[in-house]
Design a protein around this ligand. Structure first.
Ligand code: F6R
Length: 243
């Protein structure tokens, strides 16, 4: 795993933006793996600025998001479909039809995971997957105990994750969905390049376990140690428990 310690989130965002801009120059229909949450926001802003400044044609760029709530209307402002539209598709000017988010519709969710993995495969796989990490080491919604070989599937959200995400639902945990559909660790590991971003002291333990701990389902992101091209970009606080 390649570790890059940066002074601040803006520097991390610049590294991501340069990497993706160069990728699109080589491959105009590049496949981006997208994440929600706060960690990638600066990186998306940096990429949007680079796309604008360098007049990069992104009209053929494709995207696959990591996860979605189950049973939440995609039109809900806090659905990951809406979030990806607001934070990635619109600021970058991507073609909306080329950006996919797992389908959390409860009527079809049992088949949606396999179909999503097949769609990623049919697109030729993900070129660069951006990742955040939970304080418990989750990536996507793969909470501790998730199979390191898992594909996209329905999962139950932990009480902790529902509490953490209540802030997006008027602070009311009863409004937070109980289930989700998420790319599995096995799905994520198929991406050709992983870029994991983590900032702040509350991510320090998860980063130490991810990079230097044993490979274990108890710290799902530790699977990255087996990936041939994984880049972990952290600030000093998130790096503070590395040896
Ligand atoms: C996002 C996702 C999650 C987040 C993680 C960290 O699609 O699946 O794994 O990356 O919960 O969230 P932040 O970045 O808000 O700390």
């Amino acid at each position: 795993t390649e570790i890059i310690i940066v002074d601040n989130e803006a520097k991390a965002g610049e590294i991501y933006a340069r990497c993706v801009a160069d990728l699109i120059a080589r491959k105009p229909d590049a496949v981006l793996g997208l994440a929600t949450g706060s960690s990638p926001l600066t990186a998306y802003k940096a990429l949007a600025a680079t796309v604008k400044a360098e007049h990069i044609d992104v009209s053929h760029v494709r995207g696959f998001a990591l996860d979605e709530y189950a049973g939440l209307d995609p039109a809900h402002p806090e659905s990951y479909r809406s979030t990806i539209t607001r934070t990635v598709v619109e600021p970058l000017g991507l073609t909306p039809e080329l950006v996919h988010v797992p389908n959390g519709n409860l009527d079809t969710i049992m088949d949606a995971g396999c179909e999503y993995d097949a769609a990623i495969e049919a697109a030729g796989g993900v070129d660069v997957q951006i990742l955040g990490i939970g304080t418990d080491g989750h990536i996507g919604f793969n909470e501790p105990g998730s199979s390191l070989a898992s594909g996209t599937r329905i999962k139950t959200l932990t009480q902790q994750t529902r509490e953490d995400n209540a802030r997006f639902f008027d602070g009311d945990i009863s409004q937070v969905p109980t289930h989700c559909i998420t790319q599995g660790i096995g799905t994520i590991m198929k991406a050709r390049h992983l870029i994991l971003l983590a900032f702040g002291e509350n991510k320090a333990e998860a980063i130490a376990q991810t990079v230097e701990g044993g490979i274990s389902a108890l710290w799902p992101a530790s699977a990255l140690q087996l990936h041939p091209h994984a880049t972990v970009i952290v600030d000093d606080a998130a790096a503070s428990r590395l040896r």
